[in-house]
Design a protein around this ligand. Structure first.
Ligand code: AMP
Length: 287
């Protein structure tokens, strides 16, 4: 049984479990504080802190893991990234107090004190810039450090930027963009049986990720407007056109459409006389 390390709490935990469940891997009977649970038939979930997952993988406690790219980078572990899972998106940024004259990280003077929970990444970033910094390594609530006189600058994660603003901080640069990733310990991918199982999991997750961007649309359209319908809903390989029994000049058109433009698509179909438009989610999509 392959073990997948999954964040036991925090921002990534629910989304990771939700995605696995949509791919058909459901947690079976997990008590609240359990460290292990079976996940579908072939996998076992190991619940640990998101920040410990790179280390757990490297140490052989699990073959696969889900955690943030930022945490993998900070750990310095050599892990194989199998898939960008699309949730937990954020950026690791450099921020200064609002009244600081600095406009970009390279403006910061030598000896600047930087508070961060990413000491490794921060050191490397400023060293590459040729700016010598002094790192204050703290594990949480980094954004209050400048107000407590602990640091002049922070390196911290931001998704909307509102935490920085509320704390009177101004972003002056991005170090990296992050999101949750499916990771593997590189050596275990050499084993054919493990590789086969991992490939199956990746395929299932990819099909779910692809499907969440799409919708299945069905509409009754006048047969003599089919050329325009084809232009509006090209689908994956042209819309499927189905006869409507006693349709009298009407046919049903089915196609996979982009979720983010579905409202425009419906309006355009209405313009060519479509009726009975039905839009449904897709569970999985494999081209
Ligand atoms: P946790 O500390 O368990 O809540 O997980 C933190 C992880 O969630 C980070 O390492 C990032 O990969 C991700 N994340 C996404 N957005 C944010 C954010 N705005 N602040 C902190 N972490 C975030």
């Amino acid at each position: 049984m392959l073990r997948i390390a999954i964040p036991n709490k925090g921002r990534l935990s629910d989304s990771a479990l939700d995605l696995l469940s949509r791919a058909g891997l459901r947690i079976q009977s997990r008590s609240d504080r359990a460290l292990l649970a079976s996940l579908g038939r072939d996998f076992q979930a190991v619940f640990v802190r998101a920040s410990d997952i790179p280390e757990f993988l490297a140490d052989g406690a699990a073959e696969l893991g889900i955690t943030g790219a930022d945490l993998v980078e900070e750990s310095g572990q050599d892990l194989t990234e199998l898939l960008d899972l699309g949730f937990g998106t954020c950026r690791l940024v450099v921020a200064v107090k609002e009244d600081s004259p600095a406009q970009r990280p390279s403006d910061l003077p030598a000896g600047t004190r930087v508070a961060t929970s990413f000491p490794g990444i921060a050191r490397r970033f400023f060293s590459d810039l040729g700016v010598e910094i002094d790192v204050a390594s703290i594990s949480g609530a980094v954004e209050i450090a400048p107000h407590l006189g602990v640091a002049d600058v922070i390196v911290d994660l931001s998704s909307t930027g509102s935490t920085l603003r509320v704390n009177g901080l101004r972003e002056v640069g991005t170090i990296l963009s992050s999101s949750a990733r499916l990771l593997a310990r590189p050596d275990c991918l050499d084993e054919p049986e493990i590789r086969r199982q991992v490939d199956g999991l990746v395929l299932a997750l990819e099909s779910v990720l692809r499907a969440q961007e799409k919708r299945y649309l069905m509409a009754n359209v006048p047969r003599d407007r089919l050329e325009e319908v084809k232009r509006i809903i090209p689908g994956l390989s042209g819309p499927t056109i189905v006869d409507v029994l006693d349709g009298n000049g009407w046919v049903a058109a089915h196609a996979v459409v982009d979720a983010d433009v579905v409202y425009e698509t419906i309006a355009e179909l209405k313009e060519v006389g479509a009726q009975g438009i039905l839009v449904t989610p897709i569970e999985r999509l494999t081209p």
